[in-house]
Design a binder for this molecule. Structure first.
Ligand code: ATP
Length: 698
């Protein structure tokens, strides 16, 4: 290029054209870089704006800021192993395919630059045959592979992102949905406020960012190597080297002045999540809120969360503006000046040392002109062809370096997603491995209290009988019942419930009745003593508000068993219908479309009907023990009697929690908490029985 310029300097007519071409090239190169930066920013802004939701109000301590450090690299490598678990996986194959397509794309770009040069050369030389061959035949031939490669690249990158997201999602689903970790995360641990958003949005963003990073590093590096080599052949190594050096210095400066975009991205996701949480709570509790006339109060919550988000976005946009200002100065305008200076050296500084440096390795001046042509036209056509090709190559080179600098920004953004996803993984691992969350003992100024708590919170044991053991009873031996915030609910609680002995649990509100069952189920930790209990499938829990799954009525009766599993156990539609009759739900079932009807059952059933459905589920599973936690509080007393009789006839041992005196007669023993840490476990006596009241109608 530099020698060509010196030729041009001696030929004023072509010199002007060449100078214009180079100026355009430099300007375009800078423009292309800037366009890439802008489009990436727009994409980033869009990505940031769509997000999701958190859970509880207790604010966890702020996390360490997201930045590129050893911990980040380790986390990314660990997740990379999750996304691409082996060399023989489909993910590895797609990764290799993307690399191949990226390389093919680079070679096609190279071909397009060279061909553009040939076309211009043919035009300037008025060579019709050559023009038709290059401009029509060659392009018509190459358009198929070019179109194929471009679209295959888009498709394959999208597929790679999807494959990675699938691996990551399944990996996290395993952790989240085992050992009741989802329960512990939402109820017993305040470190992760919005697992739903992390699992749906952040994992997707993380995978997308990682895949983009792979493309934004590998292709530009390959491009820089390829285009610089090709440019060096005609311009000498100094031209491309100088431009690369300039852009490298630029990226170092930009990196130094760049705001903490990773942390800002992580904060934005969190605030988006909190804003969405308020909306989802409004939807979930719409009826209660409407009854209370709570719209104005909810509006305050929602507006407050939204204001926080807006304030953060303002801060983010201002940071982007400042960064964009410096970007534009360095990458667009100074780059253009540098480009002009580089190309002007052979024209204006032909006697200087700089010129000799630039022109040292060029071979153009030594090239003989083609025989049979006018030397001036030939030289002009060669130069025009070369300039077109080189300008395109320079354009590609600048674009490649630009993408590499952008990869730095992508890394910054990735730190934010990595921080959030790593934290989720860490918390899930801790909660999953603990079995039940133990309260971390925090020292307080009250030493006596600390010592007492430490003594009460000695780890206990939960011994679960084997699945085939039908004789096991439920035995609690000297456990201390504590709530997650460390409140002692009952000390050294002991009792044994033999099969066939129905027990009523009573006590004032908040005394720990439901907490006892949380400990029995393994949701809360056992402190102090030991619990011996039958296998999970032999104890069934029926809460006050039974969970209703999405699906048919039949699915809801067999839940959590699928219909296929139920059929394998001998279930039939007739049996399900008969169960619904026993809980007096057959009429409702018929009216709502029968066993196959798919509805939002939580919406269409009344409170009492939901409880009857809960009993039908219990009868279907027919376990050894049933924990009925206010399970019939919404049904009329006569239906309650029907339900309890059906359960007892099915041979199920009942452990009830209820404040209703009418239920006492269905039980043999009473476990009575006094609300002050004391309890009584004894046989029911006649004096306990309330006077019988005439049954009410449903
Ligand atoms: N996730 C939790 N974190 C902290 N404390 C909790 C949690 N769940 C319950 N508690 C506390 O544990 C205590 C016992 O609650 P529990 O639900 O066992 O009461 P209960 O006896 O079933 O009351 P009620 O008759 O009103 O249903 C209460 O003081 C409650 O505030």
């Amino acid at each position: 290029m530099t020698n060509a310029l010196s030729v041009l300097a001696r030929q004023p007519r072509t010199a002007l054209a060449a100078a214009a071409a180079v100026a355009a090239t430099t300007g375009l190169a800078a423009h292309k870089w800037n366009a890439a930066v802008q489009s990436k920013r727009l994409e980033t802004a869009f990505l940031y704006r769509s997000a999701a939701s958190p859970r509880r109000s207790a604010a966890p301590p702020p996390p360490p800021p997201a930045r590129v450090d050893l911990r980040f690299v380790r986390a990314v490598l660990a997740f990379l192993r999750v996304c691409v678990p082996g060399a023989r996986t489909s993910e590895a194959a797609v990764l290799a395919l993307v690399a191949t397509l990226l390389a093919a794309r680079s070679y096609l770009d190279l071909w397009a630059s060279a061909n553009g040069g040939h076309v211009v050369k043919a035009i300037v030389a008025r060579d019709k045959r050559s023009f038709l061959r290059r401009a029509v035949f060659d392009i018509a031939t190459m358009m198929f592979p070019m179109s194929f490669v471009n679209n295959s690249l888009k498709y394959t990158i999208a597929r790679l992102k999807l494959l990675m997201r699938r691996r990551m999602s399944l990996y996290f689903h395993d952790k989240y949905l085992s050992h009741n970790t989802f329960y512990k995360l939402s109820n017993l641990d305040a470190r992760v406020r919005n697992p739903d958003q992390l699992l749906t949005v952040d994992i997707d963003r993380f995978c997308s960012s990682l895949a983009d990073l792979y493309c934004n590093i590998s292709k530009p590096l390959f491009d820089i190597f390829l285009f610089s080599r090709r440019l060096s052949r005609s311009l000498g190594p100094s031209g491309p080297l100088f431009m690369i050096s300039y852009f490298t210095v630029c990226s170092v400066i930009l990196r130094a002045v760049q705001p903490p975009f990773g942390q800002l991205a992580a904060d934005e996701q969190r605030l988006e999540g909190e804003y969405r949480l308020h909306h989802s709570r409004l939807i979930t509790h719409s009826e209660e809120i409407a009854f209370f006339g709570g719209a104005a109060r909810e509006k305050q919550y929602i507006n407050h969360a939204f204001d926080n988000l807006v304030a953060h976005l303002r801060k983010l946009f201002a940071a982007r503006w400042r960064n964009g200002f410096i970007d534009a100065i360095l990458v667009k305008y100074v780059a253009t000046i540098v480009g002009y200076l580089v190309v002007s050296i052979p024209i204006f500084f032909t006697d200087s040392h700089i010129f000799r440096l630039f022109s040292s390795s060029s071979h153009l001046a030594n090239k003989p002109s083609a025989a049979g042509h006018n030397p001036e036209t030939d030289s002009a056509s060669n130069i025009a062809g070369l300039y077109t090709r080189n300008s395109r190559l320079l354009l590609q080179l600048a674009g490649a370096i630009g993408r590499l600098v952008l990869a730095g920004k992508e890394i910054t953004r990735l730190t934010g997603y990595t921080q959030r996803v790593s934290k989720l993984e860490r918390v899930l691992d801790e909660l999953g491995s603990e079995g039940a969350v133990r309260r971390r003992f925090e020292s307080t100024p009250d030493l006596q209290r600390d010592l007492r708590l430490a003594e009460l919170m000695q780890p206990g044991k939960l011994v679960v009988a084997a699945e085939h053991d039908e004789q096991s009873s439920l035995k609690v031996d000297a456990i201390n019942l504590l709530s997650p915030d460390g409140t002692l609910l009952c000390e050294r609680l002991s009792f044994e419930i033999e099969r066939g002995c129905h027990v009523l649990t009573t006590g004032p509100n908040g005394c720990g009745k439901s907490s006892l069952f949380r400990v029995l189920a393994g949701l809360w930790p056992v402190y102090g003593g030991t619990i011996f209990r039958p296998a999970r499938s032999r104890i069934f829990y029926v809460p006050q508000r039974p969970y209703l799954a999405l699906g048919t009525l039949r699915d809801n009766v067999t839940y959590p068993m699928t219909w296929e599993q139920a059929c394998a156990n001998g279930a039939t539609d007739e049996a399900i219908t008969s169960l619904l009759e026993r809980v007096c739900l057959d009429d409702v079932a018929r009216r709502l479309g029968g066993l196959d009807a798919v509805k939002d059952w939580a919406e269409v059933l009344s409170g009492g009907q939901k409880q009857r459905l809960g009993f039908s589920r219990l009868l279907f599973h027919a376990p050894q023990y049933a924990i009925l936690d206010e399970a019939s509080s919404a049904v009329s007393i006569d239906i309650e009697e029907v339900l309890y009789r059906a359960v007892k006839e099915a041979g199920i041992t009942v452990i009830s929690v209820s404040h209703r005196p009418s239920l006492w007669r269905f039980h043999d023993k009473v476990l009575a908490f006094d609300g002050n840490g004391g309890y009584e476990f004894r046989a029911m006596c006649d004096e306990d029985m309330p006077p019988l009241v005439p049954p009410q109608t449903a």
